[in-house]
Design a protein around this ligand. Sequence first.
Ligand code: NDP
Length: 301
Amino acid sequence: MVISQPFWPAYLTAERIAKAKNLKIAITAGIGSDHVDLQAAIDRGITVTEVTYSNSISVAEHVVMMILSLVRNYIPSYKIVVDGGWNIADAVSRSYDVEGMDVGTVAAGRIGLAVLRRLKPFDMRLHYTDRHRLPAEVEQELGLTFHPTAQDMVPHCDVVTINAPLHPETEGLFDDKLISTMKRGAYLVNTARAKIADRDAIVRALESGQLAGYAGDVWFPQPAPADHPWRTMPHHGMTPHISGSSLSAQTRYAAGTREILESWFAGRPIRDEYLIVDGGQLAGAGSHSYSAGNATTGWNG
Ligand code: NDP
């Protein structure tokens, strides 16, 4: 058995899984099991679980904080205070209101929809793309514009937030090509998984001004090396991987992990919401949110 957090993950690659002859279950204490080679787990009949729902709202709050921080230019303004300055013109030279901006989420699952709900009172125009459309009542209630693909959505947005799982369909989605179709000076917030964005394309876009800001809390690999370019690129608002690990969230995913362990040891079925892979196939929540294949290793270094 391996219990791992996404925040400091034990990468269960195909090679490690091949060596772990007795491994039967991998539990993610949190949400997001892309650090496990799901295809290898499927092939070897290993059960993969995560604590669905445990930190969705925690992440949604972090996303809203990051959007406001980037658009209002909070971090450089804070730094001016700490450095003893009062350069108001510098502080506001990149500061705007979010009101009236177009914001779009790539995926409107538990986190994406919670982000949209929280942004609604800021009078932003709300867009989303997802593999499945939300119920018409929800679209109407929030005034959502649906786009069939990320490619269709991003040219309309001043702010884009990524809330999809990392799997073969989303790996490398935000590359030079897609970023070049965004509005010049748009903001990108990615608290989903680092490899959904091309690391170096993000740096290039910030340096050229194609992106006005990038924030998020997910890196590859984790822990991020000291020389990771996202630590030093311009106009970023990165944090270490903390959005889903507030003390409030920890209480919930600790309880969920315990429940999974109790079910496993008692031979009781693990509830569907927690299952990602079981019995040699994607199962429960996993069959909805993920696709078969592997995203634990990759070109992004
Ligand atoms: P959900 O499963 O509720 O939502 C994910 C959504 O992504 C689903 O609606 C799914 O579509 C959609 N989706 C999947 N593939 C695509 C695609 N190719 N294009 C568009 N939409 C797609 O997950 P959560 O909202 O709870 O979490 C999302 C991700 O956020 C997690 O997988 C994890 O990686 C990350 N996360 C990060 C945390 C952090 O601390 N930074 C903490 C928690 C999660 P459908 O189901 O309709 O097919």
